[in-house]
Write a protein that binds this ligand. Structure first.
Ligand code: ATP
Ligand code: MG
Length: 431
């Protein structure tokens, strides 16, 4: 056993029955994006490294130390995508989706970051993201936030906080930057090592420091919100008004800056206290400068990304109900003739009931063994076919779940003629 392969550290398999939760999440996401007119974009996993260093920012955790970057056989530097926004802008520019247009897009899929694996933090993880292009006003900020709120609610998640901040215009940020550097210099000796290093290259990122001591010092730091330019202030006020109109509560957090460089004006996060240090399940904001930074013409943009694993951890922690995917029926057979009849009946029932989940026993076995498999499969009933039943064109029905309280409750055991089987099976599920 010692030389069995194991998955790469931080890269996880998702197994049944967990995959049923993932499928449910994707179904809910598909419906929610459709409810707002967002179209799905599917993007490759691999991009040129420069796409990320130029967009996310050289002095960010992601670009400094988290990317899976390698030289391919032609000597080109490629990177497994650490996030989706830069890829989405790249694709939008490449296919002419952004110039003088409005676009509402969404994506889902794996992202890769070389971080220390722990609960809610992996090296391959999955994001669900929305991006809206070509709309400059706070109404679209409101729309993407309302969309995220609806998605979280439809997933059955509770007790999430919407944290909100505005980073203002790039001019306002530049002015604030110098004020912040002044402040940080006065406290330099007490800052953590990362923050000392970032103080000059990217001081705003210090606000996002995970060091409690640095956070303590930052209590008295000048606030970005006090340095906002008039237009950004107005934009931010209108967004807050819109959130109130929709009955979406939020908490202003002047230290919320996000870990990527391309954000300006609105930034937000959905956070929970139920997942320890990995409490952010969704994060986003406005990034009006990114399209020009990547070579396109000026295009306003706003979006967000959810961490799917964190959503699922929270769904489990909050005991969210997920639609059952266990089979409705497990079909047992005894003898050669019954085996052939079972295969035929199984196909016939699936033809008649597209929503039916039916397992036909395979690999033989005594009746007791087959019923054990039936029970393990989670099926509600076992159907049993033997020579006697075939001769009489009947089938035995055995209830496997005695906790069943549905109106069409199934008696312990009964015998049905084949002519009634289809109608009986239809009563087992709602489809
Ligand atoms: P964190 O501060 O937790 O590292 P981040 O700011 O790096 O998060 P973003 O780049 O904004 O995260 O990604 C959006 C969301 O993707 C996060 O809010 C989180 O839910 C999820 N996410 C980010 N990194 C990971 C990871 N390594 N494993 C699992 N989920 C992640
Ligand atoms: Mg991170």
């Amino acid at each position: 056993m010692a030389n069995l392969f194991q998955s790469v550290r931080g890269f996880n398999d998702v197994l049944p029955p967990d995959t049923a939760i993932w499928q449910h999440l994707h179904r809910v996401a598909n419906e929610t994006f459709a409810a707002y007119g967002y179209g799905e974009i599917r993007l490759p996993l691999l991009e040129h490294t420069a796409l990320f260093s130029r967009s996310i920012g050289e002095v960010t955790d992601i670009v400094e130390k988290e990317m899976f970057t390698f030289l391919d056989r032609e000597g080109d530097s490629l990177t497994l995508r650490p996030e989706g926004t830069a890829c989405c802008v790249r694709a939008g520019l490449e296919h002419g989706l952004l110039h003088n247009q409005q676009q509402r897009l969404w994506y889902a899929g794996p992202m890769f970051r070389h971080e220390r694996p722990q609960a809610g933090r992996y090296r391959q993880f999955h994001q669900l993201g929305a991006e809206a292009y070509g709309m400059v006003g706070p109404d679209i900020d409101l729309e993407v936030i309302a969309l995220s709120a609806r998605l979280l609610a439809r997933l059955g998640l509770r007790d999430l906080t919407l944290e909100l901040n505005s980073l203002g215009s790039s001019e306002a940020r530049a002015a604030y930057r110098s004020a912040l550097i002044d402040f940080l210099q006065r406290h330099e000796s007490s800052l953590d090592a990362d923050s000392k290093r970032r103080m000059h290259s990217n001081p705003l990122r210090v606000l996002d420091s995970k060091s409690p001591q640095t956070q303590e010092i930052l209590r008295d730091a000048p606030k970005l919100i006090d340095a906002l330019d008039l237009e950004s202030r107005l934009h931010f006020e209108q967004l807050q008004q819109g959130l109130s109109d929709l009955g979406l509560p939020f908490r202003l957090n002047s230290r919320l800056v996000r870990g990527l460089d391309y954000y300006g004006r609105t930034v937000f996060e959905w956070t929970t206290t139920a997942l320890g240090a990995q409490g952010t399940v969704c994060a986003g904001g406005r990034y009006d400068g990114l399209v020009t930074q990547l070579g396109g013409s000026a295009t306003p943009a706003v979006g967000w990304a959810c961490g799917i694993e964190r959503l699922i951890l929270l769904m489990k922690a909050q005991g969210v109900a997920v639609p059952d995917t266990a089979p409705h029926v497990y079909l047992c057979w005894l003898g050669d003739a019954a085996q052939r009849e079972a295969a035929r009946l199984g196909e016939q029932l699936r033809d008649a009931h597209p929503g039916l989940r039916l397992v036909v026993n395979a690999g033989g076995g005594k009746l007791a063994a087959q019923l054990k498999r039936a029970d393990r499969s989670g099926a509600r009933v076992a159907l049993i076919l033997g020579d006697t039943e075939i001769a009489a064109r009947t089938i035995q029905v055995k209830s496997l779940r005695d906790t069943d309280t549905s109106p069409a409750s199934i008696p312990e055991q009964q015998i049905l003629p084949w002519s009634e089987l289809s109608g009986y099976v239809a009563g087992l599920f709602d489809a």
